[in-house]
Write a protein of this length. Structure first.
Length: 503
């Protein structure tokens, strides 16, 4: 029977250098790594624990610094509702305004949690080959750990560029440091690791729910090839993804009642059980600031949503939906009441809550719709005529209410695919990276900045509020996040001179 992954385990190492027995004996509540990795159950617990930092990476709290901050709010898809009554969240605003610096929590949250993922994967990978366990189990554990390590490094190089490359658990404090390594070296490593993971991981029908599969590894590898513009390799890899299909109802994809549905290839797992501490809070972040969230269907009365108002759909995104596109009403809702008149908020993650501020929503990372659009892009860049067929599999699916596109030039289809990704994958942390890799980030975000400066009230700034100096002035430096300043302070192999330009 398949079981969802719910994460309670935290693994660590204790380093000691004293021979005194009193000091070297571990507490009875601690199991050393050398004593722990013995049985299949040990590796299974370690694998469950390996997934845990994904929740921190994608978001676990109110007004937190989850991946939506850098993947959506830095793009033209979303903005924030200026909260005059609570100015304690200005650091989140700085990210949207492109004035955050190297001390910002957006950079450290992404950087730190990716390296925690890498560290936990490395613990498994360093021991699984020599463990006396069943071969099928060994392959599965190893494949999952390789995927997670590759996933984390891919996220790091896209957002930070060159970063330290760590492939083994640290044996001492000094081993935790390292220089920034050229991205080509990192890509070579993760491509090799994913090729191996694909041979080790089971298909979706033979894997426990919530864990990565062969299809997830193929999708990640295809995404890497797409970013690297290795179009033929991207196409071949993504065409091999099987066992998934599109749902007929777009809104149903994101309903917590449909976790693990046929379209979801990889999603971050959350659980709203009050005693588990594993709930998501996305809806309470993305709803407008409300004195009582009970005015929204499905939410409990009596809870004030003072930390809300983030990731608000932008006027540009709302205007970009084609007339009749059913995904608009499935993705975005509008609220009128109190000081609000038709203020939009994300509907994908607001299916309700039984106990505020806990929600049961998972975060979709890869869906089959994206695989089809990546195939369309890879084929189009190679001039293949059937690229438009894969585009239409998403664009003209019955769930969109739109008609097929019968013909388009290569450049026209390129633009249509980018736009289709914006609509189909809205609020799934894809837009910023799409703008960067297609060389559109600076022009698109500066155009939005001009719109905000021209009419800030259209972007939920109260009358009389002035924008901070330098806000919405997007330059080449903003294409990468800064290496967190704390990392530069504690890592002797990275100096201020190694910081990304402009920070």
């Amino acid at each position: 029977m398949k079981t969802n992954i719910y994460i309670f385990l935290i693994l660590g190492l204790l380093f000691v250098s004293c021979d005194d027995e009193f000091l070297t004996n571990l507490p009875e509540t601690v199991v050393s790594a050398d004593d722990f990795f013995k049985t299949e159950e040990d590796f299974d617990q370690a694998t469950i624990g390996m997934y845990a930092p994904l929740r921190n990476l994608y978001g676990i709290g109110l007004a937190d610094y989850g991946a939506w901050i850098t993947g959506e709010m830095r793009s033209d898809n979303t903005i924030f509702y200026y909260n005059s009554s609570n100015r304690g969240f200005a650091g989140l605003e700085y990210i949207d305004q492109f004035i955050a610096d190297a001390n910002g929590a957006h950079a450290s949250t992404k950087y730190d949690n990716n390296y925690i993922l890498i560290g936990r994967a490395n613990q498994i990978l360093s021991r699984v080959d020599n463990a006396e366990i069943n071969e099928d189990a060994r392959s599965n554990f190893k494949g999952q750990a390789l995927f997670i390590r590759c996933f984390a490094y891919f996220d790091l190089v896209q957002y930070f560029g060159a970063v330290p490359l760590k492939l083994d658990p640290p044996a001492s404090y000094n081993d935790t440091s390292g220089p920034r390594v050229d991205t080509e070296v990192i890509y070579k490593q993760i491509i090799s690791d994913l090729e191996l993971a694909i041979t080790l991981l089971p298909n979706v029908g033979n894997q426990d729910a919530g864990r990565v599969t062969k299809g997830a590894a193929q999708t990640l590898l295809g995404n890497i090839y797409l970013v690297r513009e290795e179009w033929d390799l991207a196409e071949a890899t993504l065409l091999d993804v099987s066992g998934y299909s599109l749902l007929s109802d777009y809104e149903a994809i994101f309903n917590p009642a449909n976790k693990g549905n046929s379209e979801l290839i990889f999603e971050v797992q959350y659980w709203d059980d009050a005693s588990a501490g594993l709930s998501s809070n996305f809806a309470f972040n993305f709803l407008p600031v409300l004195s009582d969230v009970g005015v929204i269907d499905g939410f409990p009365s009596g809870y004030s949503n003072g930390a809300g108002g983030w990731n608000i759909p932008s006027p540009e995104l709302i205007a970009s939906y084609e007339s009749g596109d059913l995904r608009l009403n499935a993705s975005i809702e509008f609220y009128t009441g109190g000081q609000y008149v038709d203020v939009p908020y994300i509907k994908k993650y607001t299916q309700g809550s039984s106990l505020a501020p806990n929600t049961n929503n998972n975060w979709p990372v890869y869906r089959y719709a994206e695989v089809l659009l990546m195939i369309a892009e890879a084929k189009n860049e190679q001039g293949e005529a059937d690229a438009i067929n894969y585009f239409n599999m998403v664009h003209a699916h019955s769930r969109t209410g739109l008609s097929e596109i019968t013909s388009a030039s290569q450049s026209e289809l390129r633009d249509m695919i980018l736009h289709e990704r914006q609509i189909e994958l809205a609020f799934e942390n894809k837009r910023w990276l799409d703008l960067v890799r297609t060389n559109n980030a600076i022009s698109v975000l500066n155009a939005q900045g001009d719109n905000i400066r021209s009419n800030p009230q259209n972007y939920y700034y109260p009358i009389g509020i002035s924008l901070p100096p330098g806000a919405y002035n997007v330059t080449e430096k903003h294409l990468l996040l800064p290496i967190p300043q704390r990392e530069i302070r504690v890592n002797p192999e990275i100096s201020q001179e190694d910081q990304n330009p402009g920070y």
